[in-house]
Design a protein. Structure first.
Length: 352
């Protein structure tokens, strides 16, 4: 391998560009090729990111011996086929979230990784936020005591992305707000606490705003404009409770759209302290000398979380560190999502 890890980015949409910009900040990485099925987008992104080599088919990019690793930034249904093909071609893989459409497919990605002996890093970028790192540190130092409850709130009043496009078409996305955004906070909750043993789930998903599409009123739309001849067959709200054995629980509410104000945080309740992740100020609610006390945690806020995650991936590829989020953790998150959808369908608690 050359001194720099030579990267190919597959999928040049929103996140593909974010990856290209982030790798540009990593000393040991160089983006050498881009791939997209849309020729115009490929041309535009190649010019924007100053990348000479372009491919209109990921098989061709994977056959390029001058590429060491790939970032997979395509719609969710293509994550597994491209990741498996990439490992078969001997590439290291950075795979965007969600890992894939379900846990079984996730396991087949792990098998391909193991057969190839290459690195796999999941795109769980929230772990790289300075606040999450600081809170994890406080937890690891015992400042929260025994954590018994996690509250996850991720509410968008009107935030359905790309109405009618791949995000809202189950065959391509695997689901709606739950698989798209809750996956970040569910992963973050498990990573911060180290609770990688979800055992049971009781949950309900709803689809109340996205269909009929013409009735969806909004101010702005990520990945828009709407495609009214497209499909909306996914969840736009989900709520439920996850058990981690008998010692801890996680309650969640996630909405792409609902009639409530925007909110986004994880709150951890422990016997010695409690803390919210996702607010402007990180305050440890605790006791000092038998008095109720708030401790404000200070930290550098302006780091680039995507660059931090690419740096860890590149270091792992070069044997200088561990990947920032493992494929095994990706499969746990997929099992959780599978169980949430199943619990909703069955109207009962399910085992994971
Ligand atoms: N980590 C994050 O915060 C974050 C943010 C946004 C999106 N994502 C994830 O990144 C992925 C892409 O999302 P996006 O918002 O960039 O979507 P997007 O629609 O903007 O971009 C996807 C791109 O993939 C291309 N594509 C589709 N099929 C392809 C194929 N077979 N080969 C090559 N290119 C192909 C499309 O033409 C498009 O340009 C999704 O899995 C999404 O969940 C992660």
């Amino acid at each position: 391998m050359s001194e720099k890890v030579r990267i190919g980015i597959i999928g040049c949409g929103t996140i593909g560009s974010v990856h290209a910009d982030a790798y540009a900040k990593v000393a040991n990485a160089e983006v050498v090729a881009l791939c997209d099925i849309l020729p115009e987008k490929l041309k535009e992104k190649a010019a924007r990111h100053k990348v000479e080599k372009t491919y209109d088919d990921y098989h061709k990019l994977l056959a390029d011996p001058e590429i060491d690793a790939v970032s997979i930034c395509v719609p969710n249904d293509m994550h597994a086929p491209i990741a498996i093909a990439a490992f078969a071609a001997g590439k290291h893989v950075f795979l965007e979230k969600p890992m894939t459409l379900n846990a079984e497919l996730g396991k087949s990605i792990l098998a391909a990784r193991d057969a190839a002996g290459k690195k796999l890093q999941m795109g769980m970028v929230w772990r790289q936020t300075p606040e999450a790192v600081v809170v994890k540190e406080a937890i690891d130092n015992g400042r929260l005591g025994e954590i018994y409850q996690i509250r996850v709130k991720l509410i968008r009043r009107r935030g359905i992305p790309g109405l009618g496009g791949w995000f809202t078409t189950k065959a391509q996305s695997g689901g709606g707000g739950l698989i798209d955004i809750a996956v970040h906070f569910l992963d973050l909750s498990m990573w911060i606490t180290g609770f990688w043993n979800p055992t049971k789930v009781s949950a309900k998903t709803y689809s109340k705003f996205g269909s009929p599409m013409k009735d969806y009123h909004y101010v702005d739309m990520w990945a828009g404009p709407p495609k009214y001849d497209g499909v909306f067959d996914v969840d736009d709200y989900a709520t439920g409770m996850i058990r981690f054995g008998s010692k801890a629980t996680l309650s969640f509410e996630v909405a792409w759209a609902c009639n409530a104000e925007d909110e986004s945080y994880i709150e951890l309740l422990g016997t010695k302290g409690g803390v919210k992740v996702g607010t402007d100020q990180t305050i440890l609610r605790t006791e000092v000398d038998n008095r109720i006390a708030d401790i404000k945690l200070y930290y550098q806020k302006n780091s680039d979380r995507f660059a931090a995650e690419m740096e860890k991936f590149v270091d792992a590829v070069q044997g200088k560190g561990e990947v920032a989020a493992t494929g095994e953790e990706g499969v746990v998150a997929m099992k959780l999502l599978d169980a949430i959808y199943k619990s909703s369908e069955l109207d009962s608690e399910v085992e994971i």
